[in-house]
Design a protein around this ligand. Structure first.
Ligand SMILES: *Cc1c(COP(=O)(O)O)cnc(C)c1O
Length: 458
């Protein structure tokens, strides 16, 4: 079937799970800009972050120089429950497309949370436990991060309090019950438990909530509860560090079977899976040892990289978090109501933003109906029902493979398949019923978000 002599599914041995994470910042000449404290307009210090984040995670957040950070034994054990994850040669998709390209996907959906987010949740829960904390708080929108964190907290014996955007809490009861099954307490946000929640409820009595508001509530709950800290599932440097386990395994599998990727593709919400997948390959490119084409794929309705501004902005709508320098659409930006495919965050990881700014990677924006078309093509021949987020990467992998069909090039493409789509059947239903539409924001729409970006001169 294929000209490459590799098995359909490439499994590594348990002993081949990497024993250190790789910190791509160590090899970046232009380091990502630091988080800024809006009160002082100076870089956030260790002490300023301590009330909110766990100590060891702050050290990782601030460490721009250590290339390899050992993965503690207990986290490695936890990883063994669901890692190494397979790298699969998409021979049936290649056949369907009639392309000379070789397509591989690294599948991170083989755990109950259904996505790569468990890689960082396990690490963050471990460090919270080691610090002797009682519990952690977080926010969740669709629920993937909350589920991953609930699983990690139950494994390490920590309390877990999740503020779930009210509309998701009501519309996604299954996600909510998975979290409760793992012992987490789940509160619809805005709630009446926090000052910010009470204030928002008073001002907007019928609000269905937003991620920005849930973040504000989770941070308030963490700093006002003894023995608690706040954790975040994407965007931060530490999260990309933990997710490097994806890229390190991918690289090991490539070396084992003589696979040399030309193009590496991932979807980008806050940038954690893409950053993790490309990190070790980007390190080679930064050190001048190899060259790869990296492509970030984002929704056309939330185009942070392709149409955003590279500037300091708030990470949340409530402005309780520090400011990050990133590609942003403005912290008040909310994708249009018809947007069903995830990846709705207004900003982007500072690491990936800097790499993109320096021309080390590309970005493409794709429309959601074309994303679901790619998702169904993939599902029908490769068996896995992909998450809508992951399907952004599938779309561009297919586009690149079809280009190879025209040019006759035998390129090797690797894509990050971040998760399964079982909890996204409402979005699939819309696509199947033909009621899904595309919306691309106009320049005027985007200007409203840009107007909320603070004017920072450092
Ligand atoms: C959260 C999520 C993403 C996007 O987050 P990143 O931090 O950009 O990786 C992508 N795919 C799935 C399945 C997710 O759950």
């Amino acid at each position: 079937m294929s000209k490459l002599d590799v098995p359909y599914k490439i499994y590594l041995e348990e002993s081949e799970i990497p024993s250190s994470w790789y910190n791509v910042r160590a090899d970046m000449k232009n380091k990502p800009a630091p988080l800024i404290n809006p009160a002082t307009m100076k870089p956030m210090t260790f002490e300023e972050m301590q009330p909110v984040f766990c100590d060891e995670l702050i050290r990782q957040e601030l460490d721009d120089t250590t290339a390899y950070i050992p993965i503690p034994e207990r986290i490695l054990s936890a990883y063994k429950m669901y890692r190494p994850s397979p790298l699969t040669h998409a021979v049936f998709l290649e056949e369907l497309l009639g392309t000379p390209a070789h397509i591989f996907y690294k599948f991170e959906g083989n755990n109950t949370s259904g996505s790569h987010k468990l890689n960082s949740a396990m690490a963050q829960a471990y460090y919270a436990k080691m610090q002797g904390l009682k519990g952690v708080t977080t926010e969740t929108g669709a629920g993937q991060w909350g589920t991953a964190l609930a699983m990690a907290c139950s494994f390490f014996g920590l309390e877990c309090k999740v503020y779930m955007v009210k509309v998701s809490y009501e519309q996604k009861p299954f996600r909510r019950e998975v979290m409760r099954t793992y012992g987490a307490s789940v509160t619809p946000s805005p709630s009446m438990e926090t000052n910010i929640g009470r204030k928002i409820n008073a001002e907007h009595p019928n609000t269905t909530g937003s991620l920005g508001c849930a973040i504000s509530e989770a941070v308030e709950a963490a700093v006002s509860t003894e023995g608690y800290r706040y954790v975040l599932g994407s965007v931060l440097n530490q999260v990309l560090l933990h997710q490097s386990v994806i890229g390190l395994e991918t690289k090991k599998a490539c070396e084992k079977y003589g696979i040399k990727p030309d193009i590496i593709i991932g979807c980008a919400g806050g940038g954690s899976n893409l950053g993790g997948l490309i990190s070790p390959f980007m390190g080679e490119k930064l050190r001048g040892e190899a060259d790869y084409q990296f492509i970030a794929v984002e929704p056309a309705s939330c185009p942070s990289f392709t149409r955003g501004k590279f500037a300091y902005d708030f990470c949340d709508t409530g402005k309780v978090c520090p400011m990050a320098k990133m590609y942003t659409l403005g912290h008040d930006f909310i994708p249009s109501a018809n947007h069903a495919g995830g990846l709705r965050y207004h900003g982007m990881s500072s690491i990936l933003s800097q790499l993109y700014h320096d021309g080390m990677m590309e970005a493409r924006a794709v429309e959601q109906t074309s994303v679901f078309e790619a998702a169904e093509m993939f599902a029908r021949v490769e068996g896995i029902l992909p998450a809508p987020e992951s399907s952004h990467a599938i779309r561009v992998a297919i586009d690149e493979a079809l280009k190879c069909k025209e040019t006759g090039e035998e390129k090797t493409i690797i894509l990050g398949l971040t998760g399964t789509g079982y909890f996204d059947m409402v979005a699939y239903e819309k696509y199947n019923n033909g009621t899904m539409s595309d919306y691309i924001p106009t320049d005027e729409d985007l200007a409203k978000g840009f107007a909320t970006i603070p004017n920072v001169n450092l």
